[in-house]
Design a protein around this ligand. Structure first.
Ligand code: EPZ
Length: 416
């Protein structure tokens, strides 16, 4: 599957972001903790969500779609063995560990996969569970987690990891009578959306501060319904597109307060942006370059590093791009150089970008989900035609990207 793109059309009208992938995936796992039905609204119909649901089905869960609403019933979840090959492809599968351990006290997980953006170890997850009284054994390319003792009243994560923080929450939620303070947590808004979802079902989870969460275990969780928050990363992707080609392009369906760092950078680059309560309106701008460094929320998100890397190729001046979260998330920069960008890749974590430079269409492969979306944006501003292969990598995280972009005037064609 591939996208054929040609460019430089002004993009106008309104584009609505879907529900947040990285919130929805964890709520699907959390449904295992809830006796009976769970209703999730505003769920993005993307490959990663479909795969997360297939994993749930493989262990006895049931689900049905109605538009962007998913109704999940985990009454018959009976297995705790996640060794189906989908789990290997989906980083999000790692958060099944917390909920299955809470329910069964044991889970088997194949070595997880995900995008090729660098090593994706799970040593922080293993350390967390060992501190919560769980044994972890490696056996032919799988991990076997098994409850042995009680959870300590305080645990400090080895790193401010999003999914490790979520695994801690999922495991501790049903430890009745146990209160554990989790330190060195991540603060991504999707984590707090998960907390709100679980608390709406009767959990007792409190975020004390950006790095601390306290969980008091309860006896059971009740049926609930929840609307998944809008996807701030999708919104940030369209923010970049609007800065490059927007003609009063309105981006709706998300809360701009969760996009503070990228909006701050874009405004600092002389971006023409109006911020509303549930939307932003963006215009093509005469951009000036600005240094960007990614970090844990509320720092600049690593998932927007690649769209903003493209933006720097079109802004006037020289700036450095520092990727501090993952150690192999610069592959797309080589493709941009092939298209005509002026980029010096100094290391796996630092690049120097000088603009503006005209880009010419090329045939490109999507390295990872966000880099793939960035190459779609590059194809929409490049001279000539651009072909982005492995479109299914982009479909992992962006719902109907070709429909959404065509509706605002982009020339994008999906071809098998
Ligand atoms: C989540 O991944 C997101 N994925 C990623 O989104 C996102 O880029 C990342 O958080 C950072 O915001 C999901 O939520 C499914 P980390 P996660 O654990 O939790 C290292 C996308 O495009 N680390 O916060 O896996 C790790 O290598 C995806 O939507 C360990 O060393 O990221 C990285 O350098 C891409 N050992 C850093 O921590 C561990 O056990 C942060 O990773 C775990 C992580």
């Amino acid at each position: 599957m591939k996208f054929i793109l040609s460019g430089n059309n002004p993009l106008s009208g309104s584009i609505e972001v879907s529900g947040a992938k990285n919130a929805a995936l964890k709520m699907i796992s959390a449904a295992i903790l809830i006796s009976g039905k769970t209703e999730l609204e505003n769920v993005p119909k993307i490959i990663d969500v479909e795969n997360m649901l297939l994993i749930l089905k493989s262990i006895g869960g049931e689900y049905s779609w109605g538009g962007n609403k998913v109704t999940i019933d985990t009454t018959n979840v009976s297995k705790h063995d996640l060794t189906i090959d989908i789990s290997r492809k989906l980083r999000g599968s790692v958060v099944y560990v917390g909920s299955l351990l809470a329910k069964f006290g044991k889970v088997t997980l194949p070595f997880p996969g995900g995008c090729n953006i660098g090593k994706r170890p799970i040593d922080y997850h293993i350390d967390l569970f060992q501190n919560l009284g769980i044994s972890v054994v490696e056996e032919n390319e799988t991990y076997i987690f098994e409850k042995q003792g009680e959870a300590s009243s305080e645990v400090t994560l080895l790193g401010r990891s999003v999914t490790v923080t979520e695994n801690a929450i999922l495991y501790l939620t049903l430890l009745k009578g146990n209160t554990t303070t989790v330190r060195n947590c991540a603060a991504e808004p999707e984590i707090d959306d998960l907390i709100n979802f679980l608390n709406s079902a009767g959990a007792n989870i409190k975020r004390i501060d950006e790095e601390t969460i306290e969980v008091t275990g309860v006896d059971k969780l009740n049926e609930t319904s929840h609307r998944v928050m809008g996807d701030r990363i999708e919104a940030g992707t369209w923010l970049v597109l609007g800065l490059l080609l927007g003609d009063n392009l309105k981006i709706t369906g998300f809360d701009p307060k969760f996009l503070e760092a990228p909006l701050g950078i874009a405004k600092g680059m002389n971006g023409n942006i109006e911020v509303g309560s549930g939307s932003i309106t963006v215009n093509k701008s005469e951009l000036v370059s600005k240094d960007i460094t990614t970090g844990v929320y509320p720092e600049f998100p690593t998932d927007l590093q690649s769209p903003f890397g493209l933006l720097l190729t079109q802004s006037t001046g020289t700036a450095t791009l520092n990727e501090t979260v993952f150690n192999d998330r610069f592959k797309y920069l080589h493709d941009l150089v092939d298209m005509g960008a002026d980029i010096k890749i100094e290391s796996k974590n630092k690049a120097v970008i000088t603009g503006p430079r005209k880009l010419s269409g090329r045939i490109i492969e999507s390295a990872d989900l966000r880099a793939g979306a960035t190459m779609v944006l590059a194809g929409l501003i490049a001279d000539g035609t651009t072909e982005v292969d492995k479109a299914e990598v982009i479909d992992r995280g962006y719902e109907k990207i070709d429909d959404k972009l065509s509706r605002i005037g982009a020339k994008i064609q999906r071809e098998s």
